[in-house]
Design a protein around this ligand. Structure first.
Ligand code: ATP
Ligand code: MG
Length: 486
């Protein structure tokens, strides 16, 4: 029968503080360290240690020591006899005058280290001894008492439970991480690409889609902004509601306004009947505003109001209508620059840009080119199921793709028409070199890279000749080529 009649009120209060601290800790090591520190002070121990019991090897492993003195030889410092006894009894153990205690005096370590008193208790998880919390002293023995033993007996199940909880959390986390690594990232609907930038994009889209936040999709022409917008809608809780896209670029402001907001009959000449605008038509769903940078200042203000108040007024009408619309906007321009030039409202920018998704240009994910090429050929719809040669793929992979995936589609469509065999060959791939050569846009670094790529391509991948033509060493060309992933 276990008794707790000797536990002192002060010690209980100390225990209360300790358990409160422990309940805030999530890491097993933090918990163990806290317990050791607490009792080293509370019972005036010189050494506190956590000894893990390796059940498979039936061996004790010293994992953690909190001590006022330096324990040099941890292997021989601790008494295996005491550990074995706790393993058997599964109870807190107190031994004072260890030197004369016949049961332990035979134990080498106790004699060598002149230990006078020991208090230890087992941590039991799933009915197995997980480890032992150990405290000893050579000098002060005042607190190595029956009261302390009772206190530790009382505390042992609490400590075990807290530790078990932390270990389970850790195991689950590890399992989660491992599973996540095993699972291939769920692909985005209709979007091809396994390169690292595309994996990052995929992860971000999966995170963003289920929220109701406005999204700003940025990226060059033809990178797939439309596809990303659609994917966000399809992966969101609004997927059963409408998705509408409105191209904002080069549309007269008045027409765009009536498209977006709708109008009342007679609001302007030609308004022959009431018409619902896109904001209303898409109620509950997602509206994709493509090339948002082209929005007039007036419409920018109106769009901002819709975003803020979630209500619209049709042209020529005073009735306010509530709308629930998620806005996704896209731009291939640098909106920050337009803000500086006073062409885009910064308050609207921040409203739209709750989450920004940058779709990487094709030249930054060349690994995806073979996948994309095969996908485009397969879905080209001429039913010919042509293949593409390695040389042709290589030609595609070294090109710079200023028009990105759309340009790749065009080039392959042309190749499919030109090609006379079942295989698209290198010569079927016609790239817009002249246009490319004329294109002097970009930084010095970009121009240099483009030139290097161009030359390697011109010399069919012969780097020696390419280097010679550029009057640089083969070595530096090779280094550059590696950098560019050629
Ligand atoms: N990752 C991809 N996988 C498959 N097809 C793609 C991918 N990216 C783009 N495409 C295709 O390339 C073409 C251009 O894509 P999209 O219209 O989405 O680009 P965009 O960024 O909106 O271009 P723009 O700036 O001209 O509006 C489309 O036909 C699209 O289907
Ligand atoms: Mg587009």
């Amino acid at each position: 029968m276990t008794h707790f009649d000797a536990i002192r009120h002060d010690d209980l209060m100390g225990l209360y503080e300790l358990t409160r601290t422990m309940s805030r800790l999530e890491d097993d090591a933090d918990i163990l360290r806290t317990v050791l520190k607490h009792f080293v002070i509370q019972i005036g121990a010189e050494v506190g240690a956590f000894i893990y019991y390796n059940i498979r090897e039936d061996a004790f492993e010293v994992r953690m020591i909190e001590s006022t003195l330096t324990v040099h030889d941890t292997d021989n410092y601790f008494s295996q006899t005491i550990f074995r006894k706790i393993l058997k009894t599964r109870e807190a153990l107190l031994s004072f005058d260890t030197q004369s205690d016949t049961e332990y005096s035979a134990s080498q370590s106790v004699v060598i280290n002149h230990i006078h008193a020991i208090l230890a208790f087992p941590l039991i998880i799933n009915d197995q001894v997980y480890g032992i919390m150990y405290f000893d002293s050579r000098h002060s023995r005042q607190k190595f008492t029956e009261a302390s033993r009772q206190l530790l007996t009382f505390f042992a199940p609490i400590a075990s439970l807290t530790l078990a909880h932390a270990l389970r959390g850790k195991a689950m986390h590890r399992e989660n991480v491992a599973l996540k690594k095993l699972l291939p990232q769920k692909p985005l609907p209709d979007i091809i690409g396994e390169s690292r930038p595309m994996q990052q994009l995929t992860r971000l889209v999966h995170k963003v889609a289920p929220t109701d936040a406005s999204v700003l999709i940025l990226g060059e022409n033809g990178v797939g902004k439309d596809l990303v917008a659609r994917a966000i809608h399809r992966l969101s809780s609004r997927h059963n509601k409408p998705y509408l896209a409105q191209f904002v670029g080069n549309l007269p402001a008045s027409i765009l306004e009536s498209e977006l907001f709708g109008y009342k009959k007679g609001a302007f000449t030609g308004a022959n009947e009431d018409k619902m605008g896109l904001f209303e038509a898409v109620h509950g769903g997602t509206l994709f505003l493509d090339e948002i940078s082209e929005l007039s200042m007036d419409l920018q203000a109106k769009l901002l109001r819709v975003l803020q108040n979630k209500e619209i007024k049709r042209l020529g009408e005073n009735t306010i209508r509530k709308v629930d619309v998620r806005i996704i906007a896209a731009s291939n321009k640098d909106l920050k620059q337009l803000i500086r030039e006073g062409k885009f409202r910064d308050d609207l920018y921040y409203r739209l840009n709750v989450i920004a998704i940058k779709v990487p240009p094709l030249r930054d994910r060349r690994e995806d080119i073979p996948l994309l090429a095969r996908h485009i050929i397969r879905t080209a719809g001429d039913g010919s199921d042509k293949k593409i040669s390695q040389a042709a793929l290589k030609k595609l992979m070294v090109y710079n793709w200023p028009g990105n995936v759309r340009q790749l589609e065009n080039v392959l469509q042309r190749a499919l028409i030109i090609s006379e065999s079942a295989m698209i060959e290198e010569e079927d791939i016609v790239l817009e070199d002249e246009q490319e050569a004329e294109n002097m846009e970009g930084t010095m670094e970009e121009l240099k890279n483009r030139l290097i790529r161009e030359r390697i391509r011109q010399f069919n991948g012969n780097k020696t000749l390419a280097a010679k033509s550029l009057d640089i060493s083969l070595r530096s060309l090779q280094m550059k080529a590696r950098e560019l992933g050629l």
